[in-house]
Design a protein around this ligand. Structure first.
Ligand code: M5T
Length: 259
């Protein structure tokens, strides 16, 4: 049902080295003139197969639901978000979504300006919205400690910020933006367990409860709370479905979440 579906992937396969594929396609075309009379050009190209980063992925996410994307390092989680964003073009399959996307990358870029500028990121200041976001992202205490509060200037690259502050500013920026689909790549890196738990609850579950969310996270607690779980392994779908089905169908799944 498309009216309730915010995001749909149908048998999607993609490679980062697509450029190489295109280059060899070009060589192949150019070589056509020199083809032997029997036209057998297949052999030379059989070893030019490009390994896909994502293989045959299918999923759908209804409006207002949360999808947790899990898997070990290099399994393709960031690549999946890049594909939804349109940065990685699938070689096979279909991606469907409509509307505005808000994306927070694994490492947020800090621009020169105040903390507030870095959260608003060009959008108009709405006090209620801004305060809710600051609270949900646990930035209130950090700001209270600064004499200039959220008017404290930041340098490009955010050298004066801790890793956790930068992560929370990045998350706050993505959440402040009004969008139909939120793509959050590992929003809890550099956060201690308690802060992570609080932000997951207050921001991702409560503040964003009506939003369609794709969150890269391998934390068991997060998978439990998500409406859907996609567990990737070497770019393939190891599991897709509800957490209870994950436990039932893949009892050994936690070994894939380490690292
Ligand atoms: C999967 C390659 C990367 C790796 C594979 C984002 C990105 C990834 N890759 C590129 O070549 N270009 C890119 O822009 O794709 O990497 P991933 O999608 O980053 O995996 P992950 O998000 O599951 O890993 P991690 O470590 O962030 O948990 O071969 O080189």
């Amino acid at each position: 049902n498309l009216t309730n579906t915010e995001l749909e992937l149908v048998n999607v396969t993609a490679s980062w080295d697509e450029g190489i594929g295109e280059l060899f396609e070009k060589i192949k075309q150019e070589n056509k003139a020199d083809d032997p009379p029997n036209g057998d050009t297949g052999l030379f190209f059989t070893n030019l197969y490009v390994t896909p980063v994502l293989k045959n992925i299918g999923l759908y996410l209804e409006k207002g639901k949360m999808l947790a994307v899990a898997g070990s390092t290099g399994s393709g989680k960031s690549s999946l978000l890049m594909m939804i964003l349109g940065e990685l073009v699938p070689s096979e399959g279909k991606i469907r979504h409509s509307g505005r996307i808000s994306f927070s990358p694994q490492t947020s870029w800090i621009m020169p300006g105040t903390i507030r500028d870095n959260i608003l990121f060009g959008l108009a200041y709405d006090e209620y919205r801004y305060t809710s976001v600051i609270r949900a992202c646990q930035l209130e205490e950090d700001l209270a400690l600064l004499p200039e509060k959220d008017k404290a200037p930041l340098k490009e690259g955010g050298v004066t910020l801790s890793g956790g502050q930068r992560a929370r500013i990045g998350l706050a920026r993505a959440v402040y933006k009004d969008a139909d689909l939120y793509l959050l790549d590992s929003p809890f890196t550099h956060l201690d367990i308690v802060t992570e738990k609080e932000i997951f609850e207050r921001c991702l579950c409560k503040l964003m409860s009506s939003k369609t969310r794709v969150v890269v996270t391998s934390k068991l607690d997060h998978l439990k709370r998500a409406d859907k779980v996609l567990l990737l392994h070497n770019g393939m779908c190891y599991f897709y479905g509800s957490f209870s089905d994950l436990q039932a169908q893949r009892p050994d799944f936690s070994s894939l979440l380490l690292g």
